[in-house]
Design a protein around this ligand. Structure first.
Ligand code: C5P
Length: 412
């Protein structure tokens, strides 16, 4: 069981403040202790009760509250990481000169924890020489700047300045927290340990058509595969995602090829494989598909009380990619199993990796455990990673984003 870390999430007054709830929630789900400091302006965009309920802690705003406990320095001294999201042009300017006219400014000045900020503003403000200079100052002090992204801004305009997607901010923040000392320089280099690596990832669950309206599918939401794509992107990789029927959104900055069935996924993966340095098959691919797809809807009046479907085996995409991999290419597969016994689960993984021929296999338990769904469709995951000799090389439990970072550590 990991020890919870203390993350301070500073929210400043921009419209993107409403998205900070998802950031807070992701840290809480990751098992970390979250303390929100909202500026007065932030509270004009988002309610304190929401932040208190999601963070499971009181939200602090006022410099003159909690004076007896010296709160203006205590929160910063106890922080393992500070994330400011959204960071407005005004708050960036204040940080650059070290202003401490509110609780957030005091907390940041009083802290030695790494600082991650996610700017959000209109393009004109982001490109203004004042902001450019302030951001450069913060970078030179080792502050990690995430984004901003390009896309729709508040109002009708679009361009650079949109706050980076919450999942990406969380990925970067956890990467800083998991693998760095408070030194910003170190943070910057470790964060970009996949710079230029071309990573191809499959995600989601395939659907095998039966007739024009029905399919055989599975419960995969695509969360783990999308988390891998976001984490790889945050670490500097060039990411291509082959996505089958996802239940979660994909940041626009990730090149995505949409597929439905196993055969479509095979084609997309095979086409993209030759250009990839790393391939991760996180998708749940149907082992079988209907032998024939009916042109019209299957009618119960014609089928009667029982209906027999004939299925044919799908190609094993992972085994195929492993068999044709080029030297230096790293291939990672997943083994989602319902086996409850830990040793038997690992042995299933060991048999699987020798069958598939990949370099690493991520073994995770899926299904219902003590009345709860685990693995598929959930926010958290618990995995053990085996190498091709069946030796355990990594273990992780937590949010799918932190599990993603542990998997990427193998190739970083
Ligand atoms: O054989 P099994 O489905 O348990 O193996 C899981 C791993 O193999 C996953 O990485 C999955 O993406 C991949 N797979 C595949 N093609 C299939 C079935 C599974 O690439 N037809």
């Amino acid at each position: 069981m990991k020890t919870p870390r203390t993350i301070v999430v500073g929210i400043t007054g921009g419209i993107a403040a409403y998205k900070a709830v998802n950031i807070v929630r992701a840290f809480v789900l990751n098992g970390d202790s979250v303390h929100v400091i909202a500026t007065a302006a932030a509270l004009r965009f988002i309610g304190k009760p929401t932040l208190e309920a999601i963070s499971r802690n009181p939200v602090h705003t006022d410099l003159y509250e909690g004076v007896a406990e010296v709160r203006h320095v205590a929160i910063g001294q106890g922080a393992d990481l500070i994330v400011v999201a959204p960071a407005t042009a005004n708050s960036i300017a204040k940080l650059a000169v070290g202003l401490a006219d509110d609780l957030l400014g005091n907390t940041i000045l009083a802290s030695r924890a790494p600082l991650v900020i996610a700017p959000a503003m209109h393009t004109e403000m982001w490109t203004n020489p004042a902001t450019v200079a302030n951001v450069a100052v913060l970078r030179s002090r080792g502050v990690t700047i995430v984004g901003p992204g390009v896309g729709r801004l508040t109002g009708t305009d679009s361009g650079t300045g949109r706050m980076e997607e919450p999942e990406t901010i969380v990925a970067v923040a956890l990467a800083v927290l998991d693998r760095t000392s408070p030194a910003g320089e170190a943070a910057a280099s470790v964060l970009h340990d996949l710079t230029g690596r071309r990573v191809l990832i499959s995600a989601g669950g395939t659907r095998e058509p039966l007739d024009p309206v029905r399919f055989l599918g599975n419960r995969s939401s695509g969360r783990q595969g999308v988390a891998l794509a976001q984490a790889a992107l945050a670490r500097g990789a060039v990411v291509t995602l082959v996505a089958a029927n996802l239940e979660v959104p994909v940041p626009t900055s990730i090149t995505t090829v949409m597929v439905t069935s196993a055969l479509e996924m095979q084609e997309a993966m095979t086409t993209a494989a030759s250009a990839a340095d790393v391939i991760i098959m996180a998708a749940a691919v149907a082992d079988y598909r209907p032998t024939a797809v009916q042109h019209g809807k299957i009618k119960k009046e014609e089928a009667g009380d029982t209906l027999t479907l004939e299925l044919v085996k799908n190609p094993d995409i992972l085994a195929g990619l492993s068999a044709t991999s080029r030297p230096g290419q790293v291939i990672i597969g997943f083994a989602a199993e319902t086996e409850a016994d830990a040793d038997r689960l690992l042995n299933l993984g060991r048999e699987k990796i020798s069958r598939k021929g990949c370099d690493f296999l991520v073994v995770n338990r899926v299904g219902y455990v003590d009345g709860e769904t685990v693995g598929f469709g959930t926010e958290r995951n618990t995995v053990t990673v085996l190498d091709r000799h069946g030796v355990i090389v990594n273990e992780a439990a937590g949010s799918k984003m932190s599990v993603a970072n542990c998997i990427l550590d193998l190739i970083g």
